[in-house]
Design a protein around this ligand. Structure first.
Ligand code: NG1
Ligand code: ZN
Length: 536
């Protein structure tokens, strides 16, 4: 306690003006990096409490601002199984960070400990990673000070992608037990992926070169390490890594990366695209993935999170059928309201798989996906993964194949359960999944895009006086407040064919978002503008 009080003096919290408080949002705490050191110190205290509360299990802390501009940074906590911090604890994070003085901080710290009956004498352990932002080391230093003040064992892994940190947290907590997630090292992560990738390929060949835009972020050096660890005699995977400048801080996420490609609906400004070449983009911490190509006429086509999700659903559904487990394993897909309506129709009507819609933010999707034996979830922005339940894993391991074809399906499914990150969306792992599927199907990106036609759509960001006036129901698809607004939206939607539109307050920015889709581009635009006028 004395140590906390003494160290805390070095990290005075900067009050936000206008009665505003810091909040632990969808992505933890995220803002201009200058404000973050005291927040990281306090998040360190919370990580200590969480580790003690979880009976000395290891907790992770990731320092990153993902796809946001280089001057931003952020910090978030990873739970023992590699999942995001349990939602119930977000309020404790918010309470600690908003304590106005050092004394109040200690008071809140003690109040949380006694409220949750946490034994503060237990040994505790925290591991951390950070992206390539230059502000990272100072923020990790603040975290280190908090962990020293609480006598917490601490490993700083330095540069990691976000999903690598999630991997390491789970691997640490399952080390030496039958559910071991892999070796507790960065190399262990590459070994696990490389081995699973080769098994999942099952002798198939990959066509052509894949160009990977790493957003000038952490994905670049990590992807290069992975490729070095991949035995080239076992799989012919030719990758060209571009936008890999992690030395010049201001180019991070600048005119490149998954968020740029998805929101601007265009290829990165550089390099010049190879006509009809296969490309994909990671975001700044390598947890999002978007595929695309530009044809000889310079027409751009994109395959986003909804496309990855429906591709995975198609392939996994066929494998489960081929493995003879169709009646045993429940496959389902989880999306948000931003998923293109054509993808929802394709999955539910053509693939005949259940689709569930949840509020925005991967933690919501993740939890719902866990209710399936094979739960596929992606946000349209390219963040997502596929979860295999313990029942699914044991069925795959214990089913005795009656034919070589059935054995192949079982082997490939098991390989995919190792290849696909089970903790969080992972651009490297998801990219390998897509490459496996395309190789098995012998598909180009345009073959993949032909599975269905996306509905034209438009997303608009609207500055509003107070976004908290906007409340939603039905997984954010309808407004319950302000009163009457939803009736007005319904009234506009009615006037268009195949149309859908909704408005909600952003969870990460001080703004509202309006989404609209319709049968044609001009109608989607027109509908978005009309609904935007209702919101303004
Ligand atoms: P908000 O700002 O709540 O719409 C955005 C993205 C989400 C999610 C979070 C966290 C859209 C429309 N929204 O949320 O998908 O990724 O950021 O990064 O893309
Ligand atoms: Zn990210």
């Amino acid at each position: 306690e004395a140590a906390i009080l003494a160290t805390s003096q070095n990290y005075p919290i900067v009050p936000l003006g206008g009665g505003q408080a810091y909040t632990y949002g969808t992505a933890g705490f995220r803002m201009k990096a200058e404000l973050l050191a005291p927040i990281c110190f306090r998040v360190g205290l919370l990580a200590f409490l969480r580790s003690a509360f979880m009976n000395s299990q290891t907790i992770g802390v990731m320092v990153t601002a993902s796809h946001n501009p280089a001057p931003d940074n952020g910090v978030k906590i990873v739970d023992p199984m590699g999942e995001m911090l349990e939602q119930d604890w977000e309020k404790y994070a918010t309470a600690l960070v908003n304590a106005a003085t050092d004394q109040e901080l200690v008071k809140i710290f003690n109040r949380i400990a006694s409220e949750l009956k946490i034994n503060l004498k237990l040994p505790t352990k925290v591991i951390c990673g950070r992206d390539t932002r230059p502000s990272g080391p100072k923020l990790v230093a603040a975290l280190t000070d908090a962990l020293a003040a609480t006598n917490t064992e601490f490993i700083n892994y330095g540069w990691l992608t976000t999903p690598q940190l999630h991997y390491l947290v789970r691997a640490t907590n399952t080390e030496g037990n039958p559910l071991s997630y892999g070796k507790v090292s960065e190399d262990g992560y590459y070994e696990k992926l490389a081995d699973a990738f080769i098994r999942a390929m099952n002798g198939r060949k990959i066509n052509g070169t894949l160009t990977v835009d790493c957003a000038n972020g952490i994905g670049a050096p990590k992807l290069i390490k992975f490729l070095k660890s991949l035995p080239q005699d076992k799989v012919n995977f030719i990758v060209k890594v571009v936008n890999d400048n992690v030395v010049k801080p201001d180019v991070l996420n600048l005119n490149c990366g998954a968020d740029f490609v998805k929101t601007k609906q265009r290829a990165p400004l550089s390099p010049e695209p190879v006509p009809s070449g296969r490309s994909c983009s990671f975001d700044g911490d390598a947890d999002r993935l978007i595929y695309y190509w530009t044809d000889a006429e310079k027409r751009f086509s994109m395959l986003d999170g909804d496309r990855i999700s429906s591709l995975a659903a198609l392939f996994l559904g066929n494998l489960v059928e081929g493995a003879g487990l169709k009646d045993e394993l429940r496959i389902g897909v989880v999306q948000t309201a931003y998923a293109n309506g054509a993808s929802t129709a394709y999955i539910s009507q053509h693939l005949k798989l259940p689709v569930i819609c949840t509020p925005t933010g991967v933690k919501h999707l993740h939890h719902v996906a866990q209710n399936f034996d094979i739960g596929i979830y992606f946000e349209a922005n390219g963040h997502g993964t596929v979860l295999f339940s313990p029942d699914a894993l044991s069925a795959l391991k214990t089913t005795a194949p009656q034919s070589p074809a059935q054995k192949d399906c079982l082997d490939i499914l098991l390989a995919l359960s190792d290849l696909i990150n089970q903790t969080v969306g992972d651009a490297i792992s998801d990219m390998l999944l897509v490459e496996v599927i395309l190789a098995h199907k012998g598909w180009t990106l345009s073959d993949w895009a032909m599975t269905y036609m996306d509905l034209p759509n438009r997303l608009v960001r609207i500055e509003v006086g107070d976004k908290d006036l906007f409340k939603t129901t039905d997984a954010e698809r309808r407004l319950s407040r302000p009163q009457g607004a939803q009736d007005e939206i319904d009234n506009e939607v009615k006037k268009f064919k195949n149309a859908r539109s909704f408005a909600r307050a952003s969870g990460t920015e001080n703004a509202c978002r309006v989404y609209a889709e319709a049968a044609t581009w001009s109608e989607a635009n027109e509908l978005a503008e009309r609904v935007a006028r209702i919101i303004e």
